[in-house]
Design a protein around this ligand. Structure first.
Ligand code: ZN
Length: 81
């Protein structure tokens, strides 16, 4: 598959990944990392790119588990009572 600028989205937040971020990688601290929709499954169709921060936030959860977890946090923190 050809690599087309401004078309690659973060596997986690679906935001566009700016490939300039690759150039901003520092030793041991890349701003774009490879990410797994299921971290416990190592298959090519399970891998994509993600923002470093998104990858850290997802941790060892699957994407579905991560989205459910975030929804619970948003629900809990948006209560006004
Ligand atoms: Zn992201």
């Amino acid at each position: 598959m050809p690599i087309v600028p401004h078309t690659t989205r973060c596997l986690v937040c679906r935001g566009l990944l700016d490939f300039k971020l690759f150039a901003e990688a520092k030793r041991g601290k890349a701003e774009i990392e490879t990410s797994h929709s299921n971290p416990r499954l190592h298959r090519p169709d399970n891998v994509g790119f993600a923002h470093r921060a998104c990858n850290i936030a997802q941790g060892n959860k699957t994407l579905d588990e991560f989205y459910d977890w975030i929804k619970e946090i948003l629900r809990a923190t948006s209560r006004c009572d």
